[in-house]
Design a protein around this ligand. Structure first.
Ligand SMILES: [Zn+2]
Length: 108
C-alpha cells in the first residue's frame, strides 16, 4: 500500500468522517507535510469536528513520524462533496441530484 493509500484508509476508518479530498503529502527536508480537506457532518459542533481532526492527526503522526498535518474542515454540503476526487461515505447512500446529474455516493 502506498503512503497516500495508507492515509486514505486512516481518514475513512475514523468514525463520523463523511469524506475527504485534496489529500497530498510533500517532503520538506527531513519533515513531511500532509495537507487535506476533511468533510464532516454539517450538524456537529465545532468541538466535535476539531476532535475528529485531532484524532486523525494523531494517527497520521504515529504512521509518519515528523509529519506536520494541516486539516481543512469542511461541512458535508453538496458543493463540498461533489468536488472532483472526493471520497464520500454516507449512512443513507442517498442519491443526490445536482444540475440535472445524478451522483451516487460511494459505499466504503
Ligand atoms: Zn475542499
Amino acid at each position: 500500500m502506498s503512503e497516500i493509500q495508507e492515509l486514505e484508509e486512516l481518514i475513512m476508518g475514523t468514525s463520523k468522517v463523511v469524506g475527504y479530498h485534496k489529500l497530498r503529502t510533500r517532503k520538506a527536508g527531513s519533515t513531511r507535510q500532509i495537507d487535506y480537506h476533511l468533510i464532516v457532518p454539517s450538524d456537529i459542533s465545532v468541538l466535535e469536528a476539531h476532535n475528529i481532526a485531532q484524532e486523525i492527526e494523531n494517527k497520521m503522526k504515529v504512521k509518519l513520524t515528523d509529519a506536520t498535518v494541516v486539516t481543512h474542515i469542511e461541512p458535508d454540503t453538496i458543493d463540498m462533496t461533489i468536488e472532483p476526487n472526493t471520497e464520500i461515505r454516507r449512512r443513507d447512500f442517498r442519491r443526490v441530484h445536482f444540475h440535472g446529474k445524478r451522483f451516487h455516493r460511494r459505499k466504503r
